[in-house]
Design a protein around this ligand. Structure first.
Ligand code: SAM
Length: 292
């Protein structure tokens, strides 16, 4: 087997050979611990018939582990300076394809159709660039891509918000947006010491398993998310206050909002952070006729 990329010695040698300098603005914190990488691949349950999509391969530390376990890896990398490095470090793995693109601009569905034509099991696995974790996760979920799930390293604080339960300080519109599409669990807390350079914050690995259908079935998805965002607009305000101040013409429609709260069995003096997804679903369906 080839030598692992993700050791302090090999990583340093690769970076020195190419005179590579980290760009903080691109969230470049590379992993130098092979055990952590293997665990990430295990959490994603990657098998020989799995297609893996990676975001930000860096110098190929995780890509290599994915290449060894999966059928094929397609990795999106924004930083052109990494391309010659990757073509050397990943040369032993013919089942890797690097796409030089900002993943937020990429047509991921089209890439999947082209690259994974005969594969049914597809996972997104990444050590995400921390400056764009939420937009990347939301893009992958909102586009309803045919993936089994997402296993990613990200800031622990964001992992806590994603996996939070109602009634906790971390629960908010991000928890709802992600849990609407997936079952979310934090599977590992990761110390700063396994990265070069070390990030300023603690990290965690989160596993998002796509639900067969959304957690709640609502009349209008866009309106449902509008209601959840409104519900959390000012956390110390009551639900009634937030809904009247945030929904279009909410102040004039206070009576209708009260009627919808009553019909969904939700006390207007509750705070948004106490409502389950199911309660937000009921409430948005009752509100919908007044705002459509
Ligand atoms: N996978 C490598 C590892 O674990 O060592 C590197 C992870 S590093 C945290 C994030 C990587 O994402 C960097 O290689 C960075 O250049 C790349 N990146 C940053 N923004 C990106 C974007 N919008 N699209 C694709 N790649 C991006």
């Amino acid at each position: 087997m080839n030598k692992d990329i993700a050791t302090p010695v090999r990583t340093r040698a690769i970076l020195e050979k190419y005179g590579f300098s980290f760009k903080k603005s691109l969230g470049q914190n590379f992993l130098i611990d092979t055990n952590i990488l293997r665990k990430i691949v295990d959490f994603a349950d990657i098998g020989e018939n799995t297609g893996a999509i990676e975001i930000g391969p860096g110098i190929g530390a995780l890509t290599e582990q994915l290449a060894r376990s999966s059928k094929k890896v397609v990795a999106f990398e924004i930083d052109q300076r990494l391309l010659p490095i990757l073509s050397e470090t990943l040369s032993p793995y013919p089942n890797v394809k690097i796409i030089h693109k900002d993943v937020l601009e990429a047509n991921v569905r089209e890439v999947m159709d082209e690259e994974f034509a005969n594969l049914e099991d597809i996972m997104v696995v990444a050590n995400l660039p921390y400056y764009v974790t939420t937009p990347i996760i939301m893009k992958l979920l909102e586009e309803q891509l045919p993936i089994r799930g997402i296993v990613v390293m990200l800031q622990k604080e964001v992992a806590d918000r994603i996996a939070a339960n109602p009634g906790t300080k971390d629960y908010g519109s991000l928890s709802i947006a992600v849990q609407y599409y997936t079952n979310a669990e934090t599977v590992m807390i990761v110390p700063k010491t396994v990265f070069v350079p070390q990030p300023n914050v603690d990290s965690a690995v989160i596993r998002l398993t796509k639900r067969e259908k959304p957690a709640v079935i609502v009349k209008d998805e866009v309106f449902f998310f509008q209601v959840t965002r409104a519900g959390f607009a000012q956390r110390r305000k009551t639900l009634l206050n937030n809904l009247t101040s945030q929904l279009p013409d909410g102040k004039q429609k206070k009576e209708e909002i009260l009627a919808a709260l009553a019909a969904s069995g939700i006390d207007p003096s509750r705070r948004g952070e106490t409502l389950s997804l199911e309660e937000f679903g009921r409430l948005s369906d009752e509100l919908y006729p007044y705002f459509r």
